[in-house]
Design a protein around this ligand. Structure first.
Ligand SMILES: NC(=O)c1ccc[n+]([C@@H]2O[C@H](COP(=O)([O-])OP(=O)(O)OC[C@H]3O[C@@H](n4cnc5c(N)ncnc54)[C@H](O)[C@@H]3O)[C@@H](O)[C@H]2O)c1
Length: 337
């Protein structure tokens, strides 16, 4: 049976195979092709997923005429590929972060609106069972009013298997704060239903590889007035990915992908996490398909995703100026949360 939607993948690196695996399990959509300038990567994925390989993604889109393009390229190519796919009439799932800066986000948005297609950014935090549970507990009010958030992510960033472009500011936009900080900012924004409006950050450039930062600490404030700390270290040490939400009546510990614990006094106890209906990358595509069919904005809309990029940009600006900065939020009215 032929699926209703044909999907082509632009970029055949590490996340591409996960997208292709997710599509394979879906009834509504099927993958038709993959493009990568590294010919052997495209060939390997083509054989593994029974799809057609290309070296040139523009040629792939012109030839295959897919309904959807999933863009999994290095960050500096997001804008060019998204605009090109939109001009060819494709709906787009664009990997996070949406682009290198807010100006690029705006250029993408203009092209997408002109073409009349849908674009969703792959903010996977929205599709984690633990995050969904934490948001439910927050919204239930059972722990009282949310007072503050403390988000910590430590992960040795300079691992040999990480492609070189992640260490080049001109290609990645930044280091750990761009790559993983965008997840933390997304998580804070999505959990609170707010956007980040203010930032004071201190960014550290001691990685010793490339010209991107290896860590940073930021004080953020959301549009709803919630203060948050984001602490990220890409230096050696035990890995941790933990978000603490402090309420007037208790606290919640969230370890995305691992579990959720709450405490109203004494110790923490784990809350049972319900499995989500499907894997994150499949649910993302389903949300994009829903937007295509309903005409509604997708879960991670362009305005929302731009707000994440704006906050990340704010981190670097604040650190450079050694001052608190206001995050550019113009155009973020439609947050589709
Ligand atoms: N949501 C998540 O948790 C998550 C996880 C991993 C990666 N990502 C995002 O996915 C994107 C890709 O990351 P990755 O880890 O797969 O990177 P990667 O380097 O493994 O893959 C990128 C691929 O693009 C190819 N490429 C480069 N220029 C090209 C061009 N002009 N045309 C065609 N192909 C080209 C490269 O050869 C490479 O195979 C990034 O935006 C990254 O932040 C998101």
């Amino acid at each position: 049976m032929t699926a209703k939607y044909r999907i082509a993948v632009v970029g055949g690196g590490s996340i591409a195979a996960s997208h292709l695996t997710a599509i394979k399990e879906m009834g509504q959509a099927e993958a038709c092709a993959v493009a990568d300038i590294a010919e052997e990567r495209a060939e390997q994925l083509a054989v593994a997923y029974n799809i057609t390989p290309y070296i040139d993604y523009k040629e792939m889109i012109k030839t295959e005429r897919p309904h959807i393009a999933i863009i999994t390229l290095p960050h500096y190519l997001h804008k060019e590929a998204a605009i090109s796919a939109a001009e060819q009439g494709c709906h787009i799932l664009l990997e996070k972060p949406m682009a290198m800066n807010v100006q690029e986000c705006d250029e993408i948005e203009r092209a997408v609106r002109t073409a009349g297609v849908k674009l969703m950014v792959g903010h996977t935090q929205h599709y984690s069972a633990e995050n969904v549970l934490a948001k439910k507990i927050l919204q239930s009010g059972e722990l009282g009013r949310l007072v503050m958030i403390n988000d910590r992510r430590h992960l040795p960033y300079d691992k040999p298997q990480r492609p070189q472009w992640f260490f080049e500011r001109a290609k990645a936009g930044g280091g750990i704060l761009t790559n993983l900080g965008s997840h933390s900012i997304d998580k804070i924004q999505w959990l609170t239903g707010d956007t980040i409006t203010k930032v004071r950050a201190s960014v550290d450039y001691g990685l010793g590889r490339g010209d991107v930062e290896g860590g940073g600490l930021a004080y953020l404030e959301t549009s709803g007035g919630i203060p948050a700390i984001v602490c990220q270290s890409g230096y050696p040490g035990a890995a941790i990915d933990e978000t603490e939400l402090l309420f007037t009546g208790g606290s919640l510990r969230l370890r995305t992908g691992i579990g959720v614990w709450i405490s109203t006094g004494g110790t923490y106890s784990e809350v049972h996490t319900e499995r989500l209906p499907g894997p994150a990358l499949a649910m993302q595509i389903l949300d994009l398909l829903h937007a295509v069919e309903s005409g509604e904005e997708p879960e991670c809309s362009m305005a929302y995703s731009r707000s994440v990029v704006a906050a990340v940009e704010g981190l670097y600006r604040s650190s450079k100026l050694r001052a608190e900065v206001l995050v550019q939020t113009v155009g973020n009215e439609d947050l589709s949360l």
